[in-house]
Design a protein around this ligand. Sequence first.
Ligand code: UFG
Length: 329
Amino acid sequence: MRILVVGGAGYIGSNAVRQLLDANYEVVVLDALYSGHRKAVDARAKFYQGSIENKFLVSQILRHEKIDAVMHFAAYSLVPESMKNPLKYYDNNVGGMITLLEAMQDAKVNYLVFSSSAATYGIPQTLPITEDSPLNPINPYGDTKLMMEKIMHWADKANGIKSIALRYFNVAGASMDGQTGEDHAPETHLIPNILNSAVRGDNKFTIFGDDYDTPDGTNVRDYIQVTDLIDAHILALQYLIKTNLSNVFNLGTEHGYSNLEILQAARKVTGIKIPYTIGPRRNGDPDSLVADSTKARTILNWQPQHENAEDLIASAWKWHQTHPNGYDD
Ligand code: UFG
């Protein structure tokens, strides 16, 4: 099968490209390189540089490359940035989804696996969060992901484009060989910020708020290893083709770790006493997000291999130590 990976030069997309190739799929990548890295794209994949919003280009690629299914990783994904610049998020994320689906309709490509987000739930009323929990995003990023899911729903009803939305919890870690990892500019995520601070010894790590309604006062998140997340994408693709049914799945490990617990785990893995300060709360952060992933485990037969924080941090640490300047090394 030939898969178009849109956003295949980004952190999650580049891991997807490698794992799809390893599973004997043929892979074509489209990435605008706004935040992705050409060097992150596996040399076995064919690469096109361009935007998901370029409908002509996307249609051409779908037809000429005889694509069977699309994986979409090309959305902007930073909660704090979306709070400051919401229109950028609605434009690229929602606009990009519309263009992609139009191009798919045009080229008669009927399968889509999409990176959605736990940010669609907003502040959950109960934990863990199931797929049936209320969807009330509290930041523009989460709102764009919800809108994109709704657009996919109607494109299925009207146009027969079948899709799976995978609602990610907090993706982290790197490929097991430490070669494909996180390189964002600016970096805003917890684990890379802790590890960058460990590598640089710059004493700059700050925890955003310690007065949340959680056991130690810092936010609780459910961290999922990027390679486990991609395994679920491949299972979702197989499910989609076998059943021809659209669906939605949470992807998380069901274990919640507070920001302080993650810091402790990182200290243990690195052997470095990473200093920290407590700063003010960051806008748009819910107290706790923990997945119920029963649905993915039972329907997709997905089983994450790395369910504890130290495992996941160890793979990220391998990447950070060997790539202190990310892909610029
Ligand atoms: N945090 C710090 N210091 C930092 C960076 C982050 O304390 O330097 C805290 C945040 O305030 C938050 C936690 O660490 O409490 C996790 O923050 P991240 O930025 O790593 O991740 P988010 O939870 O904001 O968002 C991530 C993805 C989203 C996804 C969401 C779902 O980036 O795409 O998880 O849970 F929607």
